[in-house]
Design a protein around this ligand. Structure first.
Ligand code: RP5
Length: 162
């Protein structure tokens, strides 16, 4: 697989990294070249637009964007690229992530964002969904995804409650 990033992972603040490191870990486990960066829709709007606009030309195929509050980072990313954008709502202190969820999921028609669950589940699933998207044209990644599911199944079937 190419060394240049196939996936870029953006987050609105370094405070999101505790959760978003799980996206980084899953992508690394699947051997997917990726790049993680802090860029904000409201604190660094021009830099965010420039980075996402240039992603396709660099060979990036999937954009993952995580933000908390009403930050709307994933929607802003989607406005600047035709690459698939996956949004991860961060759990906010004030509203437990309901604000983040709505500002990510409720995109008006025309500019889609595929929105995952709030917090860690969304962080991990964004990576797994990115692998599935890349896997449509990469049989070796599809095989790794099948093995991941098989291992997960085997682990659950072995659980003992005693
Ligand atoms: C959003 O605001 C970030 O994505 C983060 O989840 C939230 C709070 O950011 P900090 O104030 O912790 O930097 O832009």
């Amino acid at each position: 697989m190419a060394d240049s990033p196939l996936v870029i992972v953006l987050m609105g603040s370094k405070s999101d990294w505790d959760v978003m490191r799980q996206t980084d870990e899953v992508l690394s486990n699947f051997g997917v070249p990726h790049e993680c960066r802090v860029l904000s829709a409201h604190r660094t709007p021009a830099e965010t637009a420039e980075y996402v606009s240039g992603a396709e030309a660099r060979g990036v195929e999937v954009v993952i964007a995580a933000a908390g509050g009403a930050a709307h980072l994933a929607g802003v990313c989607a406005a600047h690229t035709v690459l698939p954008v996956l949004g991860v709502p961060m759990e906010s202190a004030a509203l437990k992530g309901m604000d983040s969820l709505l500002s990510t999921v409720q995109m008006p028609a025309g500019i889609p964002v595929g929105t995952l669950a709030i917090g860690p589940a969304g962080a991990r699933n964004a990576a797994l969904l990115a692998v599935a998207i890349l896997g449509t044209s990469r049989p070796e990644l599809r095989a790794k995804l099948r093995k991941f599911r098989d291992d997960q199944k085997a682990k659950i079937l072995k659980e003992s409650l005693s």
